[in-house]
Design a protein around this ligand. Structure first.
Ligand SMILES: CC(C)(COP(=O)(O)OP(=O)(O)OC[C@H]1O[C@@H](n2cnc3c(N)ncnc32)[C@H](O)[C@@H]1OP(=O)(O)O)[C@@H](O)C(=O)NCCC(=O)NCCS
Length: 178
């Protein structure tokens, strides 16, 4: 008889004390995941320094934390700079993909952007990253392409109700059949 085992994780915002969890999650991305996430080659030193920077300023980091306390997916909201929209970036570890984790993280990021009155979000990746584009289009992004890079712009509508930020629990465990 088939039996499904579900393990519950939580979506929450990370704080500075969680930085190592964020770094370790990014380090677990394989070469393809790193390329898609960082739009180029990212070695371990780059990732460690990048993760530190995420917690050094006004960037907000939302994460899917599994039942064991490990971060398995993240969404970063980098605030707008002069003339540039806020940037968002997502990563979910291979074995946790296609379970709606990035979608839940997208909702958290949009709610945070709306709260901060950001008007637009920008998401960039390689032009071949179909998963990212499909994900962002679900949330209303339109894409342009240039020099092997895809850039999506997503309007943040101020009038929509604020999405719940936490606690938000998603089922995210392998379905084991017996
Ligand atoms: C892109 C990424 C974050 C998606 O994470 P995820 O948790 O698997 O996404 P979800 O399960 O919420 O899927 C949301 C939608 O994205 C699309 N999608 C996700 N993976 C896809 C794939 N491999 N192929 C096509 N569409 C895909 C689908 O439309 C999906 O909706 P559906 O399941 O209802 O069909 C993940 O694949 C990833 O971490 N990739 C490497 C890093 C990266 O590309 N980051 C984006 C650039 S910053």
């Amino acid at each position: 008889m088939a039996r499904a085992h579900h393990e519950l994780g939580t979506i929450r915002e990370l704080s500075k004390s969680d930085q190592a969890l964020h770094r370790d999650h990014l380090l677990r991305l394989d070469a393809e995941g790193r390329r898609d996430r960082f739009n180029g080659v990212a070695d371990d030193n780059f990732i460690a320094a990048y993760s530190q920077r995420c917690f050094a300023g006004r960037t907000r980091v939302f994460a899917y934390v599994d039942a064991g306390g490990a971060v398995r997916g993240t969404a970063e909201l980098h605030p707008p700079t002069a003339g540039e929209p806020a940037d968002v970036a997502f990563s979910v570890e291979n074995e946790f993909r296609r379970r709606g984790i990035a979608s839940r993280l997208f909702e958290a990021v949009i709610a945070a952007a709306r709260y901060s009155r950001f008007r637009q979000l920008r998401i960039t990746s390689t032009a071949t990253n179909l998963a990212m584009r499909a994900l962002a289009r679900k949330f209303g992004a339109s894409f342009t392409f240039e020099a092997g890079e895809a850039t999506g712009i997503l309007p943040v509508h101020p009038t929509e109700a604020l999405a719940r930020l936490a606690p938000l629990r998603v089922a995210a465990a392998p379905i084991a059949a017996e």
